[in-house]
Design a protein around this ligand. Structure first.
Ligand code: SER
Length: 323
């Protein structure tokens, strides 16, 4: 069995996926690549290659030199940061993906995972239980790049038989690494503020509902999708995936159950407009049918899981707070 390569391994999702892959297949079966290594202690257990994923030859060299069978390409600039620099976001969100798809077409790797997002949807779709086949008219460059990337994935599957799989992730909430530049990240910041005894200044309206998911659910869902027999995969753009959904007000209320003193104040900015264009919740029945997806964490379970994780995390593991 070849190895699992994570491109963008030091990012918010990359660190969590690293831990999930190490647990499932062993640290020797995982290869990490990013511009810089992650400070997470577990990163030292797997090989790390400093590389720029926009460079095709760099991706090819890692795949060849490390006996890579599967690439998880997580390289991205998220929604809010992408609006500040649209061309940089387009380049970084597209070029590494096309390099990976080309590598797979040439037979250098057998399988590819690439994350899509709820950001592919715009305001024209049903907000509650947005269907799998709703139209894709995104409002951000990040969403445009994810919608285009989904079409590229489907194209490489249809035209060349590349086994590429993807998920439209909701906002991902973990405690082991800090996100940056997203619209859903307020929810991650809320937990860090609560644990530090600080008040969160929230950039969304109190009643802005968004689809969310614990990192634990997201990683399990991703690894399960990648282990599903090829003939069961019927979506080659990206699967809708649902965990739970909540507003900042509902999150605060749930968090007060664990951290009674937690306070939130509201100062909505341009990220509120991005959030307002996204679904409230997704219909993920295709994922449930095709590869038996079931989320474990509802809002209450997610809150308890994250607070417990942060409380247990040693000072050594603690990520830098950059809210
Ligand atoms: N979490 C992402 C963002 O907020 C959406 O996929 O940009």
């Amino acid at each position: 069995m070849g190895k699992h390569l994570i491109l963008g391994s030091s990012g918010h999702l990359g660190v969590e996926l690293m831990l999930g892959l190490q647990e499932r297949y062993g640290a020797n079966a995982v290869v990490l690549s990013d511009l810089r290594p992650s400070p997470h202690p577990a990163a030292a257990k797997s090989s790390f290659v400093a590389a720029d994923a926009t460079d095709f030859d760099a991706q090819r060299a890692i795949a060849e030199n490390h006996d890579v069978e599967v690439i998880y390409n997580l390289v991205a600039i998220l929604s809010a940061q992408g609006e500040a620099n649209p061309m940089a976001a387009w380049g970084l969100n597209m070029n590494p993906l096309l390099n990976t798809l080309e590598l797979a077409r040439k037979g250098a790797v057998k399988r590819v995972f690439w994350p899509s997002s709820i950001a592919v949807f715009g305001s024209d779709v049903p907000k509650d239980g947005t269907p799998q086949d709703a139209s894709l008219v995104p409002t951000t460059v990040y969403g445009v790049s994810k919608a285009a990337g989904e079409l590229w994935c489907n194209y490489y599957y249809e035209k060349y038989g590349v086994d590429v799989r993807s998920i439209r992730y909701p906002g991902l909430i973990g405690f082991r690494s800090m996100p940056g530049g997203g619209t859903t990240d307020y929810a991650v910041s809320a937990f860090h503020c609560a644990m530090a005894g600080e008040t969160l200044t929230c950039y969304l309206e109190p009643n802005e509902r968004l689809p969310m998911m614990s990192m634990e659910d997201a990683v399990r869902g991703t690894l399960d999708l990648m282990e599903t027999p090829e003939e069961r995969i019927r979506i080659r753009t990206a699967y809708n995936l649902s965990g739970c959904d909540f507003t900042p007000e509902e999150l605060t209320l749930a968090m007060k159950g664990c951290v009674p003193g937690f306070e939130i104040v509201y100062a909505p900015d341009e990220r509120q407009d991005i959030a307002a264009s996204w679904p409230n919740s997704l219909d993920d029945s295709w994922a449930r049918n095709d590869w038996d997806w079931t989320p474990r964490h509802d809002l209450r379970g997610l809150v308890e899981h994250i607070i417990d994780g942060l409380a247990k995390q040693s000072n050594v593991d603690k990520p830098t707070l950059n809210v």
